[in-house]
Write a protein that binds this ligand. Structure first.
Ligand SMILES: Nc1ncnc2c1ncn2[C@@H]1O[C@H](COP(=O)(O)OP(=O)(O)OP(=O)(O)O)[C@@H](O)[C@H]1O
Length: 369
């Protein structure tokens, strides 16, 4: 059964109601002057049934965002500000996860929002069968009844089937399954309570490319069938171009570009997005040279002044060292209302001239002069 009613499903994802609104979220690891500023004022909206990709180099804060948004941040991580509002597409229940009491939060987790963590397949308990682990997980969140165990077992079988694992594997121990199968079991677990949001943090990184593809395709198929929303975290933008409706690019704990996949594919507007795109081979279309991004991400304890990307940016001008750009509309304004970018090249009051050709093709194709 899908979560989306036919009227909602017919709308483009960005026109549907938001299920998760992250506002001004900031996270530090540690306190005082040595604190690592892992997230700074992050704004992000996930709509019903939408696949939102989150990309950026290692250490830019992607996992921190996933942990903080679900209140699973381990110490010394501290949420220093912001809100994370969940609103059910099913019945409208919800609230700010950062201000929920423990009991409410426990009920919210897994039922409303489930996470598949990086390397989750290694977190299966080696001494229990996958069936037992699925059944116990389901029972922990279901009211006890006489038939609860039998129902949970039936649900476990259904879940294994959904992720393409033969039902007779219910009695297998984790070590008897391949890495791909174990990761599928973790995806089955995440889907057990029919969550509205599934956060996938590099769900296929530890697997070979063929298995990666199969699993990603399966996740997308399940999303279409069940109607949940996805935040898909990866450093591989090419993969996101294929599967995400929208992509948010992170750099040094901030979102620097937020646009539809199509817009990002046609033309990145932030120099960092352009750099990331040229760091991965495209999955489709003509081959292009891989350039990489010179330099390395900044130290999050001592961030550079102004734009955090300016020391590595081929287009930086003097103002970039002084002013920290905020995420806002692009220079092409109304022609791409869904796109936001944090780059001074988009601020005509300070940009030294026309936008560079590599970042400046208008949405309709002609170049700005
Ligand atoms: N426990 C911790 N203590 C101090 N700093 C931390 C801790 N965990 C993460 N960080 C720092 O926070 C920043 C963000 O880390 P995070 O793991 O969220 O990045 P990421 O984008 O998910 O990276 P990756 O792609 O490698 O998983 C990094 O600079 C990291 O060094």
């Amino acid at each position: 059964m899908t979560l989306l009613d036919p009227t909602t499903a017919a709308l483009p994802p960005r026109e549907r109601k938001p299920v998760l609104e992250i506002r001004d979220l900031s996270v530090d690891y540690g306190y005082d002057q040595n604190a690592v500023h892992a997230l700074q004022g992050v704004d992000l909206t996930l709509h019903a049934g939408e696949v939102l990709g989150l990309a950026g180099e290692s250490g830019c804060g992607k996992s921190t965002l996933a942990y903080a948004a679900t209140r699973l941040l381990p110490p010394p991580g501290v949420i220093t500000g912001g809100s994370v509002t969940f609103t059910s597409a099913r019945d409208g229940h919800g609230g700010d996860l950062l201000r929920m009491g423990e009991a409410e939060l426990r009920a919210q987790r897994w039922r409303d929002t489930a996470i598949v963590f990086q390397g989750a397949m290694n977190s299966l308990n080696p001494v229990y069968t996958v069936g037992r682990q699925l059944v116990d997980g389901i029972l922990a969140h279901k009211p006890r009844s006489r038939d609860a165990r039998a129902e949970a077992r039936a649900r476990a079988l259904e879940l294994l089937d959904m992720v393409g694992i033969p039902k007779d594997r219910l009695g297998s121990y984790p070590h008897q399954l391949s890495g791909g199968m174990r990761q599928r079991v973790m995806i089955a677990m995440a889907l057990a309570l029919e969550p509205e949001i599934v956060i996938m943090d590099e769900p296929t990184t530890a697997l070979d490319v063929v298995m990666q593809r199969q699993i990603v395709e399966q996740i997308m198929q399940l999303k279409d069938e069940l109607g949940f929303s996805v935040i898909f975290i990866t450093h591989d933008v090419s993969l996101l171009l294929e599967l995400a409706d929208r992509i948010a690019i992170m750099y040094a704990g901030r979102i620097v570009e937020d646009a539809s996949s199509e817009e990002v594919y046609k033309m990145p507007r932030h120099p960092y997005t352009a750099g990331l795109l040229h760091s991965f081979p495209p999955l489709r279309g003509p081959k292009r040279d891989l350039a990489g991004i010179p330099g390395s991400p900044p130290d999050l304890v001592n961030l550079p002044t102004g734009c955090k990307f300016h020391p590595r940016c081929p287009y930086a001008f003097d103002e970039c060292k002084l002013t920290d750009p905020v995420l806002g509309p692009t220079r092409f304004g109304a022609a791409e209302p869904e796109r936001q970018v944090a780059c001074l090249l988009n601020d005509e009051r300070v940009a030294p001239g026309p936008i560079p050709l590599e970042l400046g093709v208008r949405p309709e194709g002609d170049r700005i002069v």
